[in-house]
Design a protein around this ligand. Sequence first.
Ligand SMILES: Cc1cc2nc3c(=O)[nH]c(=O)nc-3n(C[C@H](O)[C@H](O)[C@H](O)COP(=O)(O)O)c2cc1C
Length: 186
Amino acid sequence: MRPAAESPDSLHPLLADRFSPSRFDPSAAVDDRTLGLLLEAARWAPSAGNSQPWGFLTARPGEPDHARLLPHLAPSSARWATDAGLLVVTLTRRYVGEPDVQYSEFADYDLGQAVAHMTVQAQAMGLAAHQFRAFDLDALTKDLDPAPGWAIVSMIALGRAAEPPAHLRERRPVADLLAAPWASQE
Ligand SMILES: Cc1cc2nc3c(=O)[nH]c(=O)nc-3n(C[C@H](O)[C@H](O)[C@H](O)COP(=O)(O)O)c2cc1C
């Protein structure tokens, strides 16, 4: 069966309008309630066996952790992430249990879902999120020193976008989503 070609404009506006801004409004603070709702959204994501293998460090401008995170950003992300009302470090719990530590196959997958929840909740509250990997992972891990089994995966800059939505970024066609995994069998 071939699905009908659809336009992104037919999607729910929370999905159609989402984008990763490259400029944030430095005057738009993220208040405690907003931060609480973002974490609550992550909390209700699905996960393998309800394992919930996600964790976060949050930091807003003026908080000690914010100043701690900034030196670890790559210049490419520091340009816009510094102005965001909130920085989030995302962590996954890949290894569980003592003393026979067990590898959790879906930990990163589940973290991604929790971040997607957070991103959509942000969008619903008039905010935008830009996830990024452009930071010094080794130095940040050394500095934050997560508990055994936990690993830092990504960061998120979150706040009010200071640029118009750019929601027509290039995407692979739906037909390719269905065909690409099987290309070797053609
Ligand atoms: C895991 C992950 C890592 C990313 N790393 C970066 C990054 O280091 N720098 C950056 O500018 N954007 C980064 N992005 C954002 C993507 O480039 C962006 O989501 C993609 O280009 C699609 O654009 P859109 O989110 O506006 O639709 C990252 C996104 C994800 C999910």
